[in-house]
Unconditional design. Structure first.
Length: 250
């Protein structure tokens, strides 16, 4: 709570400095509009912001869900089939090193201007952090705990559900906090490259029309959506992961 208050205070101070400091520097409004101007433009285009943000949110969540599912499945294969680790991990690491913006034009050519190319780009950016954290959470368990579970009569499914999965959930939740903004970036980049809808398209529209307040208003929408998504993950942790040592009330 204290950290949240400090963050909010820092944001307020930054906005005040922006509002009252920029006029002193004589920076033109078309280069750096004031926060009040941005907010006014945001409210004027609120319906438009919601419409385009909903499109981007759909492709982002779809790509994130796909990345989560595939990342966990690949992690399970690596954990349970040890020989696959030397194949899957280097392959995904090499794939992750490729700049996704270089792949985006190919996806648009292959899958068109629709949602498919944006979902795939979001999936590609979200996959690696989900996979890495899932491998750690599912695999980095003390052998004594697994042996004790077997001695207590646990079968493979029960050990997975009660031991491995429960141990992995905090790691996966942390990975989602990283993967969600990355998936959002993937969707927006896809809209930059080829799209006629989405918040990225709205940013480009403002840029082409020299409507800089609209660009900042769209960036505000992106920031609010990112904050909302990460907050939702935090709420999930508070409800379902209360048993974590770091969340116990002392």
């Amino acid at each position: 709570m204290a950290n949240t208050s400090k963050t909010a205070m820092a944001v307020v101070i930054l906005i005040l400095l922006w509002q009252f400091g920029v006029p002193l520097t004589a920076v033109p409004d078309y280069i750096l509009p004031l926060p009040t101007t941005i907010w006014q433009r945001f409210m004027e285009t609120f319906d438009l912001q919601v419409y385009h943000l909903a499109v981007t949110a759909g492709t982002t969540v779809a790509g994130l869900a796909l990345g989560t599912a595939v990342g966990i499945v690949l992690a399970l294969l690596v954990v349970y089939v040890e020989s696959l680790k030397s194949i899957v991990l280097p392959f995904l690491a090499a794939f992750n090193s490729i700049p996704k913006i270089a792949i985006a034009p190919l996806l648009v050519v292959w899958f068109g201007l629709g949602a498919e190319s944006k979902i795939l780009l979001a999936f590609m950016l979200a996959l690696f952090p989900i996979f890495v954290n899932s491998v750690t959470g599912l695999g980095e368990i003390e052998s004594d705990i697994l042996d004790l579970s077997k001695l207590s009569g646990g079968n493979a499914l029960r050990i997975f559900m009660k031991v491995r999965l429960m141990h992995a959930l905090p790691y996966i939740a942390d990975a989602l906090k990283v993967a969600f903004p990355l998936a959002l970036v993937g969707s927006i980049v896809g809209e930059f490259i080829g799209g006629n809808m989405g918040i990225g398209y709205l940013v480009l529209t403002g840029q082409f029309n020299m409507d800089i307040p609209l660009v900042f208003a769209a960036l505000l929408s992106i920031t609010l959506f990112t904050t909302l998504g990460i907050s939702a993950i935090g709420i999930f942790e508070n409800i379902f992961l209360k048993w974590q040592p770091s969340r116990r009330v002392r």
